[in-house]
Design a protein around this ligand. Structure first.
Ligand code: SAH
Length: 371
């Protein structure tokens, strides 16, 4: 297994913008225009097999492709759930670190949940990844490659649940949404995570050509990172993992709250909306008897509305208990009451689904159980 301070994987095409790729290709003794050809293979066709790259000279092709598109991860486990519409993947990275991603089909769209770090240093006590601790940041290409791998699997028909009657034929082949809700705190790995977002949204062949609107960056609430992201000019959706509206409880559930308080995180979220026009999501894992009281729903509703209207919605999710956890999900009636109470303040609130919970689905548990 990997030790702290492990080096990054070899540099990959997806670590670089097009200008960087041209320079890298030339450094390998090839002509600059080859960068665009390789980029079209990778970002346009999700191809890495030199045998398929017939527009490249045959002599030296394999070495060239190996240098520009080194293998970054190998599949270790793949589990299906929700009648085939959810697929959970565990990858082993070059240094042995494990990360996971999840592909989920919904009517008319496919969402991929990706990791930005191996492990996580944020130490949230209800989160499986938080228990495991931090191993290392993922490289930009390791983040991007999860999405490319997902796109390939979709194309190969490895995700079930497509509904042709619902017009899923075209959308069935595309990863339409990406959420940074796998392992890690992406804003700690800021530079690489933002570069990965650029690779996702840049048009082919520079990137995958996804819509920024389909991308959600989820964070514990690192205020400087939120403010910096707001200035990048990429209107991704921000999700703030709040989980408690009061500092006393949030200090325990999301330990970074000891540094950036509830009000500071919410102010940053509001500034993010002002800068991008993207409605912010508030994530709230409902934990029985811990954060699901009516007074907390009211406090949450007040804190959001006192910062304005129409800028935010709340996404409660029943806690997915980690093995050995002293906590469990709120009772359904309590969950419903919490939702209605927040809504009564005029804040749109929808319970997030719990895809894949029967396969250690949500939240770092699969990699933990594999290790
Ligand atoms: N570090 C980022 C993204 C990773 S976690 C963040 O904290 O936002 C993605 C979401 O899953 C977060 O809202 C996180 O709080 C939530 N989560 C983690 N463990 C969970 C669990 N056991 N049950 C329900 N939600 C959980």
């Amino acid at each position: 297994m990997s030790e702290p301070g492990n080096p990054m994987p070899p540099t990959h095409l997806a670590d670089m913008d097009l200008a960087g790729r041209v320079a890298a290709v030339k450094a390998l003794g090839h002509q600059g225009f080859r960068a665009k050809q390789l980029s079209t293979h990778y970002f346009g066709h999700w191809v890495t097999d030199p045998a398929e790259m017939t527009d490249l000279p045959q002599s030296g092709r394999a070495e060239f492709v190996a240098a520009m598109l080194p293998s970054l991860m190998t599949p270790v486990r793949s589990l299906s759930a929700d009648g085939g519409a959810t697929r959970k993947l565990v990858w082993r990275l070059h240094d042995g670190a494990l990360v996971e991603s999840v592909l989920m089909r919904y009517p008319g769209r496919v969402t991929m949940c990706i990791s930005s770090q191996a492990g996580c240093g944020m130490n949230c006590p209800f989160c499986a990844t938080g228990q495991e601790g931090f191993t290392r940041n993922l490289s930009t290409a390791e983040i991007v490659e999860q999405v490319v791998a997902g796109a390939r699997m979709l194309r190969a028909g490895e995700l079930g649940g497509a509904d042709e009657n619902a017009g899923d034929t075209a959308s069935a082949l595309r990863v339409s949404n990406v959420v940074f809700m796998g392992m890690g705190e992406a804003l700690v790995n800021y530079r690489r995570a933002v570069a990965a977002i650029r690779r996702l949204v840049d048009p082919v062949p520079e990137g995958l050509g996804m819509s920024a609107r389909g991308i959600t960056m989820s964070t514990v609430g690192l205020v400087p990172g939120i403010d910096r992201l707001a200035q990048e000019g990429i209107p991704v959706t921000l999700a703030l993992s709040l989980h408690a509206p009061d500092d006393e409880l949030r200090d325990e559930l999301v330990p970074i709250n000891n540094r950036y308080k509830v009000d500071e995180a919410l102010d940053a979220a509001r500034r993010y909306f002002d800068a991008t026009g993207r409605r912010v999501s508030i994530e709230y894992a409902l934990i029985r008897g811990v954060n699901d009281q009516s007074w907390r729903a009211d406090l949450l509703g007040r804190k959001l509305t006192e910062r304005g209207e129409g800028w935010v919605h709340v996404n409660p999710i029943p806690l997915n208990p980690t093995p050995g956890s002293k906590w469990t999900a709120s009772r359904p009636g309590v969950e419903q009451q919490f939702v209605e109470r927040v809504r009564a303040h005029g804040v749109p609130t929808t319970v997030r689904d719990t895809r894949g919970s029967e396969i250690d689905g949500a939240c770092g548990q699969l990699a933990a159980s594999t290790a």
